[in-house]
Each structure stands twice: as C-alpha cells, then as structure tokens.
Design a protein around this ligand. Structure first.
Ligand code: ADP
Ligand code: MG
Length: 692
C-alpha cells in the first residue's frame, strides 16, 4: 500500500527563495529537509514583542525586548572563547554573550551601534547578561515594536530566529489542501483544517488569545497536538501489529513445574501475583508473541512472577533469557534463580560483561547448544555472538533502562530466527495511566497492585544537613544493634567520576566518625567484580554500613537493611527517590529513610520531599512527579528521547489521550491509507522512530 504522500514533503528546502546549499545543510541540524519540515517546525513558545523594556527594569529570568547602544564588543578568552558585547540605554547596562560568533559579527558591533535586542536576562559574571540573544540593527527604518505574538522556534548554530521566521512564512504561502490534505476524520478536526491551524500557530493574529497560546491550549494548537498524538499512537499500534504478526512458540500450561516451584517458596503468592500470572499464561499459550508490561511497586514480588512465567518455557523444553539493567542486579537474579531452579535440575547460566574470554565462550556454547535453560545477563545478551538454540521467553527487568529498540533487537534471537520469543517486561516505575498509554502503547499491561503481607511501611523523615552528626549517631546505634544501613550520595552531575569522588569522600568521613563499624563503598567506577564483592559482603552482613551512589537504585534486596540516608534528595526525581527508598523496608522490622537535604530548601523542594514523607504509594508519587517535573523525570530520559513531540505535551494534553487512542484504532481499521500518511507526516524520518 502506498499512501498519497504530502507533496511538500518532496520539495527540498532549496526550492525556496534564499535557501542555498549552505543554509540547507545548517537546517539539516534541525531535521529540516523539505518545505514541509519548515511548516512543521512549530513554535516552542511565544514572546510578547509589543513593548520595549528599559534595561534598568530587567530582572533575571525575564524574557524581554530592549533597545541599546553598544559600548564595547570584545572577545574574551575564558573557559570558552566568547564574544562579549556591552550595551546601555540610559537606564542601565546589559552584557550580551555569544559563544558562537565570527569576526565580521564583532566588527559590525562597533561602539555606538544601536540594537534592538530580544532575549532572556540572567544573572551572569558581570551582572545582567543575555546569552545568544536575538538582535537587529536599530535604524530609522525599523518598524515600531510589533503588536503580534512572536513565535519562538527551536534554533541551532547558524540558524537564528530571524533567519527562520521569513523562511517559515514563505513556506506557509505554499500550503494548499492538495499538497497538505487533512487526514483526520472531519469529526476530529475541532473545526480547524490542518492548514488553518498551522497558519494560526505560526502567525497568530493581533486579537489572538495570548494566554491560551502561551499555555499551548489554544484550539489551533490542540488541533495539531491531537493529530500529532494520533500519529504517535499509530506508530505504536503499528509496531505492535508488526510484532504480533510474527509467530511465537505456543507454550503449554506448566502446572507441575509451577507446583514444585511454589512448594519450595516459604510463602504463598499474593492475589495480585496470581492474577498477573494468569494474564501471562493466557498470552504465552498462544502462538502470537506476548508483549506484556508488568508494573509493580518496589517489593511487590515481580521476581517470583518472572520465575513462574519462566516455567512455561522450561516445561516445554525451551530457553528463557532474563535481562537486567546492571551487573549487580543480574547477579542477584542469578543467585535467586539458581537457588530456585537448580534443585529442579534446571541449568542456570550467567552472562556478564566481566566474564573472561574463556568463561564467556563456555557460556555461549551452552546457550547455543541449548543446555543452558535459563540465561541471565545484562546488555551482554544483546550481542550478536550470543545465539540461542530455542529461546521462547525474554524477561526484561526494569524496562525503563532499556530503549524500545533494544527490545526489538531481541526479535532476532528467537528459535531459528523464525519464531519470535514472548516478551515480559517488568518495571518498578509506577507509570500514571495516561502516560503509560503513550509511552507503552505497544504493550499490554498488568499491575501487581498489592504488596506481600507483613511489611511495615517505611517511615521517612526530612532532616537538614546541619543535623548530620545526629544522623551519624543514629547509624552507630542502629548498626550496633545488628541492623544494616545505606548511605546514598547523589550529585546532580551526570558524571560517574564526580559521583564516585563524592561517595569516596563521604566514605572516608564516615570511616573516621564510625571506627567501630564495618563500612563498604560501592559506586559506578568500580570494576564489576569489585562492586559485586562489596554488595555480596553487605548482603551477607559482613558489612554494616554501605556507602553508595545511586547504582544501588534498582532491585537490590537486603532484608536486614532498615535504615537509609539519602544525601541531597532534593536533586533527585521523586520516582527515583522512591526506588532508592524501596531498598529498605523489605522485612517485617520498622525501616527508616532519612532525607538529608541541603538548606535552604525552596517551596517546591519542600512540597516534593513532603510527598515522600506522606506516602509510600509509588503511583501517587509518580503522579505527583509527573505534575511537578514532567514526563522526562518519570520515564527516564532515554524513554522520553523516544517520545519527543513537536507540539504535544503529555502532561498538558493528557485529557486528549483516550480520544487519541480511539481515533488511531479506528483509522487503522477503516482508513489505513490515512493512517500511513499521518505516520509519515509526523513520525517517520525522526531518527528515534527509525524502523528496526
Ligand atoms: P520486586 O517487585 O521489587 O522485584 P522482589 O521480587 O524482589 O520484588 O520481592 C521482594 C521480596 O518479597 C523478596 O524477598 C521476595 O522473596 C518477597 N516476596 C515475593 N512475593 C512474596 C509473597 N507473595 N509473600 C511474601 N513475600 C514475597
Ligand atoms: Mg525486582
């Protein structure tokens, strides 16, 4: 089937007046290749240009338009070379700072040159500064400040707002219903044709509802957001349909093996575990690949469910792969699964990055011969050299750490490369329903919404950092009573090295303060073997206090640990804090979590940490996180990278999602051509949607 393409999508930008090869290449950085891409390069926000602000009235954080006269333009060699331009208007002075510039630009900014400048004021090294502001030369011909809302576009080096604006305006004049048809059913158009909506958002008229536009809730914007979300939903549903079109091994019920397994557990399953297991069984007994996401709060007992799901494949004499995001977690699973399954004569093999060449070769040999029945590992399982003989089920723990594409890569690993394995994805990140609909639109979901009985809820307290000595005393007392504790160091920097340094410093400090305790240190810069040894020592109880970075976030299970101190909790997302905190409170004893924050803690910080004190319900925390920090924080950056929208905003537009889902479903059934066209228009060609 070939969809009628949008014609402007075939017209390269160079077809426009004033666009040559050089500019075209720069536009490429914005993913703009065609005239249509220009039209779909949508404003990120709007600025009100109806007035000129005196420089003296600027405040940090304020986006404003000012007129000023250049006093000085100089190239400064600091940490980075920058062009620094000082301007004044009689009410004050302002520094403009450019990291990307050329010499001719500097020459044109001679002393006395008058400029109209637009940008966001910040507090910099030399007082108020604007970084890479937009500016034009103020000559007598310059029109008075315009009365329209000015769209602000995503830009890149060498393509400024001023350069983009006329290009987009030119592209808009080319739109016709023939070259850019409406593919949504008219009933879903909300009274706006696509073209009318596009024109409106790029160039809102003077009497437009400014506050709605700025908030992104104007009907024209909602019309476009709806279409974009439909396209996104279509891509998920299509991916799902493609996956489900493959054949998978139909696995029979595994009653006797499951019975044996359950008999070896010291506890019965919870009702929620049983229900989810039933949902899994219904999937894997068919010859279509299961695509199921199991959500369950930390400690809900997902691992046991994974093991029981594995029984289906094992009873049919097939292989199971279990993939974890970190070596620590893979080790822990390996330990559990060996303990559970080796007594049942089932061979468990671990494949870790740190295995030597020989051990790895042996593991691979067992995997390809089929003698390895359960294979546990990290990303190492994705490698090409790993060839399964009869893989029937892939279990992925903590999905948010893996991208969709890695998941799809597993497709190739099935039996003879023909049968596609069933997929079970486990996540402890509670995902609000609306978000799940979008983020995991290609998966069925199950929720383990009940914790095993006998857990005592964790008590969380907020303590200011100046009371650190008290906390150290508390650790001493607890550990001397035979309990164990975590001390988690966090840093805002992504750098593992800085994280490791911070943890090392705290480790040294605590060793000095608590000489009678056995203290360990674990961070991401250690060799995997070293890390694993420390974790093992902590699990065994040989260490009483473990100083760690957030590497311990996921899945590590030490029931005797009942106290956790988290430094600088204000720097982390709530969902992440919840994950961390879930490392304690795994036994019947009362556990405590101390959030040791830096003062002063702002209003928002107080509100956020307050939620942690109030509740241990992961879903409530996730909802709040979503509300306070947006989807990126809830899903993790990798996941949101795969979900970058041009205009839609999952939080703002959540109310649209049920209708979006319906519309996508109906289109796929009744008008596949329109579905394909919408997909191409909004989604295809954006690299993160590249087909696997
Ligand atoms: P998570 O969902 O965070 O992966 P785990 O599977 O690690 O949770 O389980 C947490 C702890 O709860 C483990 O020690 C596990 O043995 C225990 N557990 C799991 N299911 C039950 C149950 N039904 N009753 C009691 N304890 C359980
Ligand atoms: Mg787990």
């Amino acid at each position: 089937m070939t969809a009628t393409p949008d014609l402007l999508a075939q017209l390269p930008v160079t077809a426009m007046k004033g666009v040559g090869a050089a500019l075209a290449e720069k536009l490429l950085r914005l993913n703009i290749r065609t005239v249509q891409d220009l039209v779909f390069h949508l404003p990120r926000q709007y600025e009100d240009r109806s007035r000129i602000t005196p420089i003296g009235a600027l405040r940090p954080g304020l986006s404003a338009q000012v007129d000023g006269e250049v006093q000085l333009a100089d190239i400064v060699i600091g940490r980075r070379r920058s062009l620094v331009v000082r301007v004044q208007d009689g009410t004050g002075t302002l520094t403009l700072r450019f990291y990307h510039f050329n010499n001719s630009q500097k020459e044109k900014l001679a002393r006395g040159t008058r400029l109209r400048i637009f940008g966001e004021a910040r507090l910099g090294a030399s007082g108020l500064e604007m970084y890479h502001p937009e500016y034009a030369y103020l000559s007598d011909q310059l029109p008075p400040p315009s009365d329209t809302l000015t769209p602000i576009y995503p830009v890149t080096e060498g393509v400024t707002q001023l350069r983009l604006r006329p290009l987009i305006a030119q592209a808009l004049t080319r739109l016709t219903p023939q070259n850019l048809p409406d593919w949504l059913p008219p009933s879903e158009n909300r009274g706006w044709s696509l073209i009318a909506a596009l024109r409106y958002v790029h160039a809102p008229p003077n009497d437009a509802d400014r506050s709605a536009l700025v908030a992104g809730t104007h009907p024209s914007q909602q019309r476009l957001a709806f279409e974009e979300l439909v396209a996104h939903q279509l891509s998920m549903q299509k991916r799902r349909a493609e996956m489900r079109a493959n054949a998978a091994p139909a696995l029979p019920a595994a009653v006797s093996l499951q019975k044996k397994f359950l008999a070896s557990l010291p506890f019965p399953l919870t009702g929620a575990q049983q229900r989810v297991l039933g949902e899994i069984a219904a999937d894997v007994t068919t010859d279509k690949p299961m695509l199921r996401l199991v959500q369950g709060d930390v400690g809900a007992g997902k691992t046991v469910v994974a093991a029981l799901a594995a029984c289906h494949a094992l009873a049919a004499d097939k292989q199971v792969a279990l993939m974890a995001p970190t070596e620590i977690l893979a080790e822990q699973h390996a330990l559990n699964f060996s303990r559970w399954f080796e007594p049942l004569s089932i061979r468990v093999v671990t494949l870790l990055g740190r295995l030597g060449v020989k051990a790895r070769r042996e593991a691979n040999a067992e995997i390809s011969s089929g003698s390895a029945q359960i294979v546990i590992g990290t990303h190492a399982l994705f490698q090409e050299e790993v060839v399964f003989r009869k893989l029937a089920l892939v279990i992925i723990d903590e999905q948010h750490r893996f991208g969709v594409h890695q998941r799809l890569a597993l497709k190739q690993k099935g039996e003879n490369g023909l049968l596609v394995p069933h997929q079970l994805i486990m996540t402890a990140t509670p995902i609000p329903r609306t978000l799940a609909m979008s983020a995991y639109g290609d998966l069925d979901t199950s929720v383990i919404d009940e914790l095993p009985p006998g857990r005592t809820p964790i008590q969380t307290v907020l303590v200011a950092n100046d009371r650190r000595p008290e906390i150290v005393e508390r650790i001493r007392a607890q550990c001397l009573q035979g309990r164990q504790a975590y001390w988690v160091c966090t840093l805002i920097e992504e750098s593992e090295q800085l994280q490791a340094q911070a943890a090392e410093a705290t480790y040294a400090e605590l060793q000095l303060a608590l000489p009678e305790l056995r203290i360990g240190l674990v961070h991401g810069r250690q060799k995997p073997a070293e890390k694993a040894a420390v974790m093992q020592a902590f699990k065994n109880g040989d260490l009483q206090l473990l100083v760690a970075t957030t590497v311990i976030e996921v899945g590590v299970d030490v029931p005797r640990a009942t106290l956790m101190v988290i430094e600088n909790p204000e720097r982390l997302g709530l969902a992440q804090l919840h994950q961390l905190r879930g490392r304690v409170g795994r036994g019947a004893e009362q556990s405590f979590c101390v959030l040791l924050y830096q003062t002063p803690l702002g209003q928002l910080g107080r509100e956020r940490l307050g939620i942690m004190r109030e509740t241990t319900d992961g879903f409530r925390i996730a909802e709040k996180d979503l509300e306070l920090r947006g989807p990126g924080e809830v899903l993790g950056t990798r996941q949101t990278g795969e979900m970058s929208f041009r205009l839609a905003d999952l939080l703002r537009d959540a109310a649209l999602l049920p209708a979006v889902q319906n519309c996508a479903r109906q289109l796929l059934q009744s008008d596949p051509q329109a579905a394909e066209a919408l997909l191409t228009r909004w989604v295809a060609g954006r690299e993160h949607y590249a087909r696997v």
